[in-house]
Design a protein around this ligand. Sequence first.
Ligand SMILES: Cc1cc2nc3c(=O)[nH]c(=O)nc-3n(C[C@H](O)[C@H](O)[C@H](O)COP(=O)(O)OP(=O)(O)OC[C@H]3O[C@@H](n4cnc5c(N)ncnc54)[C@H](O)[C@@H]3O)c2cc1C
Length: 366
Amino acid sequence: MTELIEIRKIIPPSFKQENLGERILCYRPMKHGMPHLGIEQKGSKVIAHNYGHGGSGWTLGPGSAKYVNSLLIDSPLGNELSNKSTPIAIIGAGLVGLFTAYDLTKRGYSNIAIYAEKLDSLASHNAGGLLAPVSMDNDHAMQAIIDQIGIDAYRFYDDVARDKNSDFKQGARLVPSYFNSREDSGLEAYVGKVMNPAKEVMLDFGNGMTRKMVVYDDGIFMNTALLMSELHDFVNAHHINIVVGKINAFDELKEKFIFNCSGLGAVELAKDTALVPVQGHLIMLKNQVPENMNYMILVYFGEGKTEANQKVKRSFYIFPKHLPDSAPQDIGVIGGTFIEGGSPDKPNLKEYDSIIDEANAFFGIK
Ligand SMILES: Cc1cc2nc3c(=O)[nH]c(=O)nc-3n(C[C@H](O)[C@H](O)[C@H](O)COP(=O)(O)OP(=O)(O)OC[C@H]3O[C@@H](n4cnc5c(N)ncnc54)[C@H](O)[C@@H]3O)c2cc1C
């Protein structure tokens, strides 16, 4: 008996010059092994580290903040935190620092200050927006913790998407997420707990090109720039002070309790040599048809070399990213590259052309 497979029609976006917007180069903070989620006493300070989430910072962010905050509050090192007006410092105003402030505020802490070198154009704003625990380093021994953090984060975004979180009005949506295989998604641990099983479907692009893929219909798209703006609204509404400037050593801060959410800044601040930048290229799309962009796709290609002779893992992804205050038809982002150890002096600009070639090839656009 032949197996029946659902056919889904997707009208491809256009990747002509007039449909391509800003080109963005940015860096994932990836810690080898797994993100640093732990606490330590350093002289008179108690430091809670929360950095190094690679390409999954948004996927894990709310769960990761909950996990590290609990770790400190429930530890003997955090005894004084039974007093909710104890001064607390957070270093970093990317998504990790802001979700840390959000979670602490929801637990009743009222004396929080955020210290950050930069507030805008961070990796956290630029990220694509697919919820999938991929492109990070995972120590197998820690997989159960990462899965639980991811599931907690999924629950958070699912509430936002279903309008059950009064602090976030927008920013997350349920959107079908397509991959070549279940393994590629990293989402199988979520199935049966917060997600439904994936199914096989045939995508038909209406131009003769079809592709057999797996889809999670309850995938989550996180509109990253919009969520950053909503997180800042929350921080402002709760009178959390943001002090702009670089912190060179934990001792500079007056607070005893410090959350280190400094992303790549932790290479210097925590002297962490296992933390590496992973360069990524993104291209914003414009003049598209918004109704045709309600899906996410991530497929992997092989490894290659960039023009600067650096090792690159290539993938193609497309998400319905939309910047706050931009026109409705300026929707969509494509990527992406993973260049470990990448740096601004080697921008590998030819990767943008290969992303466009891969986008056209994927959709069968001649
Ligand atoms: C191309 C690309 C695509 C991505 N797509 C996705 C995706 O689809 N899904 C997903 O889940 N994730 C994605 N990510 C990953 C995600 O963007 C990162 O994991 C996340 O942004 C890391 O957040 P962060 O808060 O740790 O760091 P950042 O956003 O870099 O923020 C760090 C903060 O710390 C501050 N800081 C650093 N050092 C100091 C210091 N010494 N003193 C004071 N302040 C300091 C900085 O100024 C900044 O405010 C993507 C990343 C890239 C690059």
